[in-house]
Design a protein around this ligand. Sequence first.
Ligand code: MD6
Ligand code: FE
Length: 213
Amino acid sequence: MPPELFPETRVALPLDPGAVLLGGFALDAAEELLAGIAAIAAAAPFRRMETPGGRAMSVAMTNAGAAGWTTSRRGYRYTAADPLGGLPWPPLPLAFVALAGRAAARAGFASFVPDACLVNRYEPGARMAPHQDRDEADLAAPIVSVSLGVAAVFLWGGQARGDRPRRVPLHHGDVVVWGGPARLTFHGVDTLKPGDHPLTGPLRYNLTFRKAL
Ligand code: MD6
Ligand code: FE
């Protein structure tokens, strides 16, 4: 369906100072982004990483860019190489960098050039426990997060772990940008419900762009 018939899906919804949901911002780029994800995964396959506590994450992950986020028994870190195989992470496709920069600018963060893209893949039942993104060297840069495929419920918390989160639906093509006073907000993703999307089947993908180095 042509998204321009549904202007409400292109609305910017402020979540907090420094954080905004750009509804449908990535719709036009979605197929290109999914093709890029397939190319990234061909070089650096999705895998369920281990938490420092020794449990396998329910979300499968891979990365593109100069730095990739990993977790293992040794903790959370950014690495230049994929620990599976030891090669550098695949390059960030230019279309990814361009989209992230446009979204950041739309949210008021000029000149955002990411060097890391974490690719998350959710199957039904997968979830992301509430956390802060604080492993990046440059916390002055925002984060740009793109949702593709089956919709999920984003849990948008506060500055303290105990703050009760708001439940924000994230649909295919939605982009969340946050930075500044919202940069360390606690957030997570509720358990993915069974669904079916024309482009991804039962899966949800999420791209999070950061300046990690
Ligand atoms: C997800 N996202 O949407 C998980 N982190 O699949 C995140 O954990 C996240 O969306 C930082 C910034 C944006 C995000
Ligand atoms: Fe996060």
